[in-house]
Structure formats: C-alpha cells, structure tokens
Design a protein around this ligand. Structure first.
Ligand code: SAH
Ligand code: MG
Length: 199
C-alpha cells in the first residue's frame, strides 16, 4: 500500500495532478477517524489518491467518488484495483454537476473545479446526514487567496475571486458552522447547525 501511495505521489508530481497535500491528507485522516465517518462522497477523484488513502483507514469506510476527466478516471480505476480496496470505493465517470447521487453520507468532500464550489455545495448538501460534515479543499490556492500578486494572470485572479466568494458564502451560510484551517492548501469544515425543534 505504501508503495502504491508513493507511486501515485510521483505520478501526480510528474503530470501536475493536484492531489491533496501531505499535511491536508494527514489532517483529513484524523478527522475521519475521530468523527466516526464511514461514508464519503468525493467530488474530484483525480487518480484516486485521497479516496484510497481514506478507504485504507478502516474496512467499514465506503467512498463514492466522481471524476469527469477520461485519463484521470482510467488511472484512478487502475489504482483502486491495485489497492485491493475495490469493494470500498465506487468511482463514477461523470461531471458532478450533471449527475444525480442518491443516499446520505457522513462526509462530502469537495475537491474539484475551484470556480464551481458554491454549485457543488448547493447541489450536494441534500446528500449530507444531519450529523455530517462538508470538507472543502484548496481554499488557500497555493497562498494566492491570502496573498494575491499583481503579476497573476486574469484567469488566476478570477479563480482567486471565486474562491474568496466561496469563503464568504460559507461564512455567511446560516445553516452551517464552518471552521477554516490552514492545513495543506487550506481546508474548510462545515457542520450543520443544530436546529431547535419547537413542539
Ligand atoms: N481528491 C483528489 C484530487 C482531486 S483534483 C486527491 O486529493 O487525490 C480535482 C479533480 O476534480 C480533477 O481531476 C478534475 O478533473 C476533477 N473535476 C473538476 N471538476 C469536476 C466536475 N465538475 N465533476 C467531476 N470531476 C471534476
Ligand atoms: Mg485539492
């Protein structure tokens, strides 16, 4: 398993695939262990790195992960096969904004196109258990969100603006409490607020 993880890290570095950073994935693993998370919906599988990492924590953990890119999807299927965790990880080859997912999850992990985070959040919150958490990755975007530079391209500036919008959206979302963490490339953990049911 460690060999496979290493192999995936090397592949990701070589082909510029933004798998979770070490510190981020280590934190995520602790979060999964500490919060009795057994079902995860992941938006953005890439080559299956984070899914394999999390599924290997406990045989009771099940992950449904979605990837739209052909090559990455193929690579993820291969890696999941090699990991021996096929019975715990289901991968869908689809655009997460276009498919419908049924069922409720302990955790929804948003790690796909940064410009679409609000849309992913709004589309998939219906799949979150009341006690569940939504984890969002890359909210620091290599530091550009906190420290933008004049030399950034227009596209990059726009992306940074979108990420800031998402951060504001989470801060202002009254249905959730969100914790922003400076781990890896910046993580947010959103939990549904408990509503007081008045009878
Ligand atoms: N979670 C992975 C990394 C994901 S990188 C890990 O840490 O190992 C982000 C991935 O999201 C990319 O492979 C990209 O192709 C995919 N993606 C982006 N937008 C998507 C969408 N709308 N639907 C499905 N996948 C998407
Ligand atoms: Mg990421």
């Amino acid at each position: 398993m460690n060999d496979l993880m290493k192999e995936m890290e090397i592949y990701a570095a070589e082909y510029d695939i933004p798998i979770m950073q070490k510190e981020g994935i280590e934190f995520f693993k602790d979060l999964v262990k500490g919060n009795e998370i057994y079902s995860i919906l992941e938006i953005g599988s890439a080559i299956g790195y984070s899914a394999i990492c999390l599924a290997s924590l406990d045989p009771k953990i099940h992950i449904l992960t979605i990837e739209r890119d052909d090559e990455r999807y193929q690579k993820a299927v291969e890696n999941i096969e090699k990991s021996g965790l096929k019975s715990q990880i289901e991968i869908l080859h689809a655009d997460a904004l276009e498919c419908e997912i049924e069922g409720l999850f302990d955790c929804i992990f948003i790690d796909a196109a940064k410009a679409q985070y609000i849309r992913f959040f709004e589309k998939y919150e219906k799949n979150l258990k009341d006690t569940g958490i939504i984890v969002s990755d890359n909210l620091s975007f290599h530091g550009y969100v906190e420290h933008p530079t004049d030399s950034m391209s227009r596209n990059l500036k726009q992306l940074v603006r979108k990420i800031r919008n998402y951060i504001d959206y989470l801060k202002n979302n009254e249905k959730y409490d969100t914790l922003f963490l400076d781990k890896g490339d910046g993580l947010a953990i959103s939990r549904k607020k408990k509503t007081n049911v008045i009878e």
